[in-house]
Design a protein around this ligand. Sequence first.
Ligand code: URP
Ligand code: ZN
Ligand code: ZN
Length: 473
Amino acid sequence: MTTTLITGGTVVSATGRAPADVLIDGEKIRAVLAPGSTLLGHDLTASVDTVVDATGKYVIPGGIDAHTHMELPFGGTAASDTFETGTRAAAWGGTTTIIDFAVQKYGERVQDGLAAWHAKAAGNCAIDYGFHQIIGGVDDDSLSAMRGLLDEGVSSFKLFMAYPGVFYSDDAQILKAMQVSRDTGLLTMMHAENGPAIDVLAQQLVDAGKTDPYYHGIARAWQMEEEATHRAIMLADLTGAPLYVVHVSAKQAVEQLAGARDRGQNVFGETCPQYLYLSLEEQLGAPGFEGAKWVCSTPLRSRAEGHQNAMWQALRTNDLQMVSTDHCPFCMKDQKELGLGDFRKIPNGIGSVEHRMDLMYQGVVTGEITLERWVELTSTTPARMFGLYGTKGVIQPGADGDVVVYDPNGHTSIGYDKTHHMNMDHSAWEGFEIDGHVDTVIARGRVIVDGGRYLGSKGDGRYVKRGLSQYLI
Ligand code: URP
Ligand code: ZN
Ligand code: ZN
């Protein structure tokens, strides 16, 4: 059992900040102490195994990225990060827990889909991991299996109103799954886009010769997201299911969520860094096939229409509660290139798991959110939303020793493929400059990143069973 003392820093939580030292004993936080505290008159720094000097730096709970897709089969290929490469990249960026999506495909048993994800992750992860369950085929068998998910530590499932023929559920299936959500407390996570209508628009665009990546964003118009978000809210209201809408990007979808919350409905929404910083015009509309790097769903939205500013505002007003990455990386070569000449064949997804903490910290620097809200959006609320709070998402005695030392005077330049650790041949974030730096990452008491060196090992991360959301009413 090693002991670690983090000294001289400012501990930041979702509710405040204060100078304090943090003592980690083995895997757990033992104490949060007044700076320079002694133990029976002895200098604590002399009695611990490791001292981390955090003078002038922020000490925050490790990031929790509640939306990742390691190794996800999609569009005739699979997301390029394995659990090994993706969780190591996450660690580099100050994320100490991910919640990935186990997949039940149509015709497959839910239990088998979950077991397959355990097999992919076990022994390979750098940081702790949990699972949501994608239900790709709602039928009597899967509805019954869903009732056993909580026993497996899976307290949320995702349905898709998009991707007909792949993961899509129709309204009747959604209604039945939401009834299980109401009965069990499992949180319904929804990909809210009108997939059948989008497919018609996409076909018409391709028929008209409009095949560039930009048209991915035109086919997946904001009306498709607003309509599906509204429908999901109505079905949740009818059934009494708690609802969490993933990767919200349209300001009109936020308005739907805000309206439902104002009416007292138990609905929540996350957005992702790409919807805060990137746009239809600048990235998806990049010359030639370049825009393929940013093909994801929901799509990047028009800056002229003000979606990005609306997302920041919703994070300030709590109309959106969390920021996850929806990390789903694909290389340009052999993967995104599958859609040369037809944007429908470009695998959907962006890789960001390494950059979420930095990108959101930049929002503190530019005055979009406060320091405390940064911690709340990236760690504390994800823990509370997905049944990990107390063990994760907070620096307090008894919590896991998941701690990040963040240097507000440091700097992070995101370049092409050599300046990050994700298994990609490019970066969707090339050229971004961050006025801060992840210095030290401690995961369950082990220093795994320090001063630009990776000190962890494959298999450090463990599966975490999750309980019900704290936001159930
Ligand atoms: O483009 C995305 N979002 N790819 C991952 C799958 C999903 O819908 O979350
Ligand atoms: Zn989705
Ligand atoms: Zn996703």
